[in-house]
Design a protein around this ligand. Sequence first.
Ligand SMILES: C[S@@+](CC[C@H](N)C(=O)[O-])C[C@H]1O[C@@H](n2cnc3c(N)ncnc32)[C@H](O)[C@@H]1O
Length: 246
Amino acid sequence: MLLSMKKLGAFQIDEIYCGDALQLMKAIPSKTIDLIITDPPFAIQFKAKRNNYNRSYGNVLKGYKEIPKEQYYAFSLQWMKEAFRILKTTGSMYVFSGWTNLKDILNALDDVGFITINHIIWKYQFGVFTKRKYVTSHYHILFVVKDKKKYKFNKVEHYPEDVWIINREYWTGKLKTPTKLPLALVKKILLFSSDEGDLVFDPFLGSGTVAVAAKMLKRHFLGFEIVPEYCKFAKERVHQTKADSL
Ligand SMILES: C[S@@+](CC[C@H](N)C(=O)[O-])C[C@H]1O[C@@H](n2cnc3c(N)ncnc32)[C@H](O)[C@@H]1O
């Protein structure tokens, strides 16, 4: 069903807002969001690692906003409570997490009342060299819902498995943000857990991948990003994206 509305409380639909998700989410009306896809800040010392993700340091936008490790559970609990409130009963949420602070994410999801449907593993390629440990080349994606009888799930594959092998995209020579999800990964989630015209939300947009993929697949979107340079980058990226460009 296509959504004809243009506004959601104080927000314009199909827009990206620059600011703190913890504050902005409070202004989203309850039970209005169909799907949340988000890759929150991880509470790792990201500055030191930026080179690993992007070979060409000069093209990486500055200012990535991190959360101190000791505040990570409280931070997660705070935004997840709002996520639970704004999701429709038919809605679902996909949260990305590395393994470092995974226990905080899992505990916060449980404590807020989300029901975990799947613990998905995203396996990607990663060409770093390690001497005395294995190279981390996976991410966790927690697929959670409010109501396990009512959530939407379009079974677009016959045997949908919970290990997804999808390569990272390298944007050689282009301006970019330090973490960026592959479009193929976000599109897969959109196809399984939303329909055309649904409203998809990402409180931590970074470079705007969730909004871009939503627009491509004719879903509505709303997103927040706290770092002004990233927010501007995401807005430009979305405006350059054509709707219905699979
Ligand atoms: C892991 S990145 C998201 C990357 C994104 N999925 C992409 O594909 O580009 C997390 C983002 O959350 C932002 N962020 C951190 N704290 C925030 C807050 N309180 N409100 C909004 N954004 C925040 C960071 O600046 C960062 O861009």
